[in-house]
Design a protein around this ligand. Structure first.
Ligand SMILES: [Zn+2]
Length: 215
């Protein structure tokens, strides 16, 4: 169709920014951190880690090398890769029943599509990138206090919601249980980023929103 959904469009620009930095179109400090400290391989720098992961995923899916300066001048190979990934996603996703009637060969599968629902994943990704639905996000909640909506009397931060707030203890226990099962430490980083923990973190963030709806 020639256009990309918003999340893919954002991913495309994120990848181009990553490639720019990779080839040195950035400050000396960042260039060193990428090539000397390998920050794209650590969870401390979520943008670079996620960008690198997605590029790697696209390269495996399409067989096309994408970490190349050429895509900064001509991004058609990158766009083609994103369309191929989208096509593969929709081909195997359970949801598009009408589309499936139009393309009956698009079979169903049990492929993991990333959590309980796209909205939950979007909430968690937003929190990981500093743009959360919590009240400490003053861009979204300019006109209300930034304290916990459950009445704890402290600021509604990601740390508070994930680690402290007694109102989400049930969801937190499930996150802790997964962390224990896969033998990782329960922290904000792992809750927001570890693929096996993410579905439970999504549930917690959806609970925050559900409470919001009841007010
Ligand atoms: Zn609270």
């Amino acid at each position: 169709m020639g256009w990309l959904p918003l999340d893919y469009l954002l991913a495309m620009h994120g990848i181009k920014w990553f490639v720019k930095c990779w080839f040195g179109y950035c400050g000396d400090h960042l260039r060193e951190r990428l090539h000397r400290d390998n920050i794209h391989l650590t969870w401390n720098n979520i943008f670079f880690r996620r960008s690198y992961e997605f590029i790697h995923h696209l390269e495996i899916t399409t067989g096309v090398t994408l970490i190349t300066e050429h895509i900064l001048q001509d991004d058609s190979a990158l766009r083609d890769s994103l369309f191929m990934d989208l096509t593969e996603f929709w081909r195997q996703h359970h949801g598009p029943e009408i589309t499936r009637e139009l393309y009956p060969d698009w079979r169903e599968s049990n492929r993991e599509i990333g959590g309980h629902c796209r909205y939950g994943r979007s909430l968690v990704n937003g929190a990981a990138c500093g743009y959360s639905i919590l009240r400490t996000n003053r861009l979204m909640f300019r006109h209300v206090a930034d304290s916990c909506r459950r009445g704890c009397g402290v600021r509604e931060t990601v740390d508070h919601v994930l680690l402290v707030c007694p109102c989400y203890s049930e969801q937190r226990a499930r996150i802790a249980s997964v962390c224990k099962r896969v033998n990782i430490e329960f922290s904000v980083d792992t809750a927001l980023c570890h693929p096996q923990v993410l579905p439970e973190t999504e549930t917690l963030f959806l609970s925050v929103i559900a409470e919001n709806y009841r007010i």
